[in-house]
Write a protein that binds this ligand. Structure first.
Ligand SMILES: Nc1nc2c(ncn2[C@@H]2O[C@H](COP(=O)(O)OP(=O)(O)OP(=O)(O)O)[C@@H](O)[C@H]2O)c(=O)[nH]1
Length: 234
């Protein structure tokens, strides 16, 4: 039984990490990426790094249960220099390490900030959760905003089913649109169902095998970063 709901441990769900580091500089914006197994979280992180790395200072923390596979994929594909990629082995349900006991992830993020951004130079840290179910969300103590990645091949009824990832994430990404004709997924219905669940929260469609397919997520990251830098003094 899980005892981690907000009525049981409200402090886990309301605590936010200070926006300034102990030396007074603004810390990096922390963005979490979660979603079901195989939906395209690592592919999204890789595409974001490629699209943003020339303009922004980025680092990545990956979470796997028993391996470092996601980090190794990112290293093999050289999306960032090795010193910008850290792997956390969760050893348990992926959501445990992003919501219940976030200490290993927080330490990984702070180590990256210390190593890469002593003068507040690191702009963004992307934290990729291990693949989980529709209830997985990040603690506000770990990330400032969260992206939930689902894919059209996982079933076009997923937005209708809801769950906190679909209903409350700051950005819902519906990935692998290139596969929709092959799996009979109705993209328009997915968009409509997502809108019903999310109200005004944004939803984007991506295909990461298409040139420039990550663009809607890149635009969202830029808007998040602009809001963050405007809100927190340097
Ligand atoms: N056709 C297609 N395949 C994709 C797309 N995005 C990712 N994939 C493929 O889907 C598979 C899973 O992608 P990953 O990025 O590893 O998914 P993940 O969510 O990180 O997976 P876990 O970490 O195991 O939960 C890989 O073979 C990717 O190449 C896409 O937009 N279209």
């Amino acid at each position: 039984m899980h005892l981690d709901h907000d009525h049981t441990y409200p402090e886990r769900h309301t605590y936010s990490t200070p926006a300034n580091r102990p030396d007074g500089t603004r810390r990096a914006l922390r963005i979490g990426l979660g979603g079901p197994v195989g939906s395209g979280k690592t592919a999204t992180v890789a595409a974001l790094c490629r699209a943003l790395r020339d303009k922004l200072s980025i680092a990545v923390v990956t979470n796997d249960i028993y391996t470092r596979e996601d980090a190794e994929f990112l290293l093999r594909n050289a999306v960032l220099p090795p010193e910008r990629i850290t792997a956390v082995e969760t050893g348990a349900c992926p959501h445990t390490a992003i919501r219940d006991d976030i200490s290993a992830n927080l330490e990984a993020v702070e180590d990256l900030e210390d190593a890469l951004g002593p003068l507040g130079g690191l702009d963004i840290v992307l934290i990729e959760s291990g693949g989980d179910n529709l209830t997985a969300t990040f603690s506000k103590g770990l990330v400032d905003a969260q992206v939930f990645v689902i894919d059209v091949a996982g079933g076009d009824d997923i937005p209708r089913k809801g769950g906190p990832g679909v209903t409350t994430s700051d950005l819902l990404v519906i990935n692998k649109t290139d596969l929709a004709p092959y799996v009979g997924s109705d993209l328009a219905a997915m968009g409509r169902d997502a809108k019903v669940q999310r109200g005004d929260l944004p939803v984007v469609f991506t295909s990461l095998v298409t040139e420039g397919g990550i663009a809607p997520v890149v635009d969202w990251i830029h808007s998040q970063l602009a809001a963050w830098t405007a809100a927190v003094p340097a």
